[in-house]
Every structure is written in C-alpha cells, then in structure tokens.
Design a protein around this ligand. Structure first.
Ligand code: FAD
Length: 467
C-alpha cells in the first residue's frame, strides 16, 4: 500500500468511462446517487477516442475527398488535393470536441471523475492506481464498464508494420498499400477508407465472405464498390505469418492448400476484440466469467456479486457503443431501485461502408424460424425520387409476421442506411404493423418514403413499383 493510502466510502463506483460507463454514471447521478467514475485513460473510452468517432470522421473525409475528385454529376468538375496531416488534425478536433462534451456532462451531473487503474481487492473494495498516488474506495454498488481491446494473433504480433485499428486510425500518411486481415465491419470500414484515400488494399478473410454476419444481399454492393477501388478480396483465406522486408511486410496466407503471399506497407489486423476482464482482480470481487472471459450477468446487468453490475463490451452480445449505453442506463436504474431490465428485441447494427449497411431485429431466416410464415417487402432506391437525385443505389427490406403484420426485422443497404434504420427500430419497439408503417405519411421527396413503400410492397399493394 502507498503510504497514507486510506479507504474512502463511496456510493456508486463506475469503472470505465466509455459509452457504457459515462452514460451509466450520468443516469445514476440523475437518479440521486452520488457517483464516482474512474478511467485509466481518456474519457469517452474506445468509442470516442479510438473507435466509432475517429473512424467515422476519417470515413467522412475519404468520402469528401472522393466526391471532390470526381463528381458523379455531369457539368461539375473539380480537382482535389489531399493533406492527410490536416485531415488527421481535423479528426482529432472532432474527438476532442466529443471527449470535452463528456467531461462537461459528467461535471454538469456532479459526477466525480478520478483518473487511474482499478483493481478489486475485495467484494466491495477497489484500489485505484494512478501515476502519482494510490487510492482505495469502498463502494455500495459498482458498475463495471471496462470495454475491450483488439485481439492479437500469435502469428501476426502487433509492431511497427502490424497494426491494430488504433494505430490504423492514427497513421500520419496514407500508406501506399495495406493488407487487412479480417473482413468484419472494422476491417471493411478502415480498408475502404484507405482505398478511397488511394492505398492499394488487400483483404484477407477467413470465412466465405466479407462482413460474414450480414447476409449476401446486403453486402453485394459493398463488394462491388471495393472492387471499384481496386481492392483485392481473398475469402476462405487464413493468415499464416508475416515477414518484414526493408520497405514493407509480406503476409503469407493459405486458401485451401494453396499458399499465397502479398507485400504491403502495413498489415492491419482486425479479427475481433477481447474483453478487458483479465487484469481487474475480479476473483477477489466474486465476479464470475464465462470461458471467453465475458462477465456473466442477469437481465438487469447484475453479476454473481449482487452489488456489482457489468455492461458493454465485457458482457455477451454485439460489441457496440449503443448497446453499452443502453445497458448502462438499465444498470443505473436498477441500482436506484427501479424495476428495469434489458430487452434485446432490436439492437441496430450499422456498417459505415460504402454503401452503408444497417439491420435491426430478425433476419428473414430467424423470422421464419420464429414465426413460420412471414411477409417480406423490398423497395429499391432506384424507384425513389430522392435516392435517384442523390445518385444512390440500394434497397430497404421489411420483414413481418404474416399473420399479425407485426414488423420483426428490417434491413437497409444504401446511402443513409445508418439513419433510415432508426425509424425501423422504433417501429419494432412500438410493435408497429406493416399497415401502421404504410399509413404513416412520409415527407416527399425523402429517402424515408422507401420505408413506407416497402411496407406497401409487403402488403401486396406497391405504388411506385409494378407488382
Ligand atoms: C475502430 C472501431 C470502430 C468502431 N465503430 C463503432 C460504431 O460505428 N458503432 C458502434 O456502436 N460501435 C463501434 N465500435 C465499438 C465500440 O467502440 C465499443 O462497442 C464501445 O466503445 C464499448 O463501450 P464500453 O463502454 O463497453 O467500453 P470502452 O469504450 O472500451 O471503454 C472502456 C473504458 O474502460 C477503461 N478501463 C479499462 N480497464 C480499466 C481499469 N482496470 N481501470 C480503469 N479504467 C479501465 C478504458 O480505459 C476505457 O476508457 C468501434 C470500435 C472500434 C475499435
């Protein structure tokens, strides 16, 4: 123990200030709790500093650069130049604005912020170590929100030329060439971004397709666009190892029995993330983990220690910021005595690829299994005035229980899919039927009209496409 270290009694301790932790802290404070939040790094967690926000800023920049280089509208010509250093500085300014916002929100809600690394020393006690001091807190309730970190492959240890998403987001130049190992959403978003900035990109994915958790109808246009940017995609391909050369790095991978080699400036490994649960001393806290190191929780976020809750990337389910925030609100409310519980009927998932992909609720297959007969309505961007004037392609698909007409799932691929999916999540949450959606007057001309029209298609009475 550090000399002079004593244990302070506190009400609610939140460990981790990502989108799970900071939202939980604010909600608990709003509900009258005295809250202390501790983070060993920056406020905002992975999401604001090394995830959602910086990646979307770079995606926007790549999109603008592409549009400025070659306008798709005849009659407009422009010449674009790229100063990547300035783009990175702008990206950082976006991150700083967001993390500054979190600081203000925590202060405004009277949440005490402590910087340091948390270790459990007992079921209701932690030690917090910072650069200069050690502190001990004894808490009544605790919310664990320590998030996740990139998985490192043994054969491809991170280093100067083998990057995780963190380093890939912070490069000081556009690499001439980049190999992305792992074609999940992080790999595709970053790979496509650098391809738009001018890198020669190669994707090496272990399963039979990129974005393997999404169905092929949704990913088809992304694959087409990646090819447009000269991206090489290898599927059923397994990375074996890397060898550094003087100016680059060579990746060896296997497709079936065939061994292939590609050389590039960097290899980016995006094969998934692992929960930050291994260095917290959770044994001392009596918090049980699953075999994969996730924290086991009940429907209220409570762990095997009734006064410790866990949320976000460290609990099972998709590792997404909005899921973390949602769970954070539930845990805070339970601690404040409310009878809240999680309901995972619809967690939206968005890939900010070009075009965007967004899903919510059940897929067609899942809906068939659950409901038997289903109604599906698919409406193309090509038949929507606003989409055509934007030069956008894609479709909106609604999936409903045939008998009741209840919307149970939705998928969008195309421009603004990330925004269009919000209405569909609300519709599922509110138990809307196809008829409710078809009868909702949508403003014209907007992309949102496609939601209404897809409902009309599912009901068998489409207006703007021939039956
Ligand atoms: C490149 C990239 C892009 C992404 N894009 C999206 C996206 O578009 N949409 C989306 O929904 N999700 C996205 N994600 C995922 C999203 O970032 C995570 O799901 C989200 O950040 C999880 O939130 P969290 O609160 O659980 O944890 P985190 O955001 O990981 O925060 C955990 C915090 O806990 C702190 N911590 C850890 N251990 C300790 C300790 N012992 N003591 C004190 N503090 C500790 C860490 O410093 C960190 O600040 C992306 C992720 C990446 C990497």
């Amino acid at each position: 123990m550090v000399v002079g270290e004593f244990s302070e009694d506190i009400d609610v301790l939140v460990v981790g200030a990502g989108p799970g932790g900071y939202v939980a802290a604010i909600r608990a404070a709003q509900l009258g709790k005295s809250v202390t939040i501790v983070d060993k790094a920056e406020l905002g967690g992975v999401c604001l500093n090394r995830g959602c926000i910086p990646s979307k800023a770079l995606i926007t920049a790549a999109h603008q650069y592409e549009a400025a280089k070659a306008s798709p509208i005849p009659g407009i010509t422009s010449s674009a130049t790229l100063d990547f250093g300035k783009v990175q500085a702008w990206k950082q300014s976006v991150v700083d604005k967001m993390t500054g916002g979190v600081k203000t929100l925590l202060k405004g809600n009277k949440v005490r912020v402590v910087q340091g690394e948390v270790f459990f020393t007992g079921p209701n006690e932690v030690r917090v170590l910072s650069e200069y001091e050690g502190q001990r807190f004894r808490f009544k309730d605790c919310i664990l929100a320590t998030g996740s970190r990139p998985i490192e492959l043994k054969a491809l240890p991170y280093g100067k030329r083998v990057l995780s998403s963190t380093e890939a987001l912070a490069l000081d130049h556009v690499p001439e060439s980049l190999i992305v190992v792992g074609g999940g959403y992080i790999g595709i978003e970053l790979g496509q971004t650098y391809a738009k900035f001018g890198s020669k990109v190669t994707i090496v994915e272990g399963t039979g397709s990129i974005l393997p958790t999404f169905d092929a109808q949704l990913t088809r246009m992304v694959v087409r666009n990646l090819k447009k940017y000269n991206v090489d995609i290898h599927t059923n391909a397994f990375a074996q190892g890397v060898e550094e050369t003087e100016n680059g790095i060579t990746l060896t991978f296997k497709v079936g029995d065939e061994e292939k080699r590609v050389t590039a400036e960097y290899v980016l490994v995006t094969v998934g993330r692992r929960p930050n649960t291994d260095e917290l001393g959770l044994d001392a806290a009596g918090v049980q983990l699953t075999e994969k190191g996730m924290v086991q929780v009940d429907h209220q976020g409570r762990t095997s220690n009734p006064h410790i809750f866990a949320i976000g990337d460290i609990v099972p389910g998709p590792a997404l910021a909005h899921k973390a925030s949602y769970e954070g609100k539930v845990a805070a409310e339970v601690i404040a005595g409310h009878n809240s519980a999680v309901d995972y009927r619809c967690i939206p998932a968005v890939v900010f690829s070009d075009p965007e992909i967004a899903t919510v609720g059940l897929s067609e297959e899942e809906a068939k299994q659950q409901y038997g007969e289903i109604a599906v309505g698919r409406f193309p961007y090509a038949a929507n005035g606003r989409a055509v004037s934007l030069g956008a392609d894609g479709f909106v698909k609604l999936i409903a229980d045939k008998q009741s007409g209840l919307l149970v799932g939705a998928q969008v691929t195309g421009a603004e899919a990330s925004n269009l999916i919000a209405e569909l999540g609300l519709a599922i949450e509110m138990s809307a039927t196809l008829e409710d959606i078809a009868l909702t007057i949508h403003a014209h001309p907007t992309l949102g009209e496609m939601v209404m029209e897809a409902a009309d298609v599912a009901l068998g009475s489409p207006i703007h496409i021939v039956r």
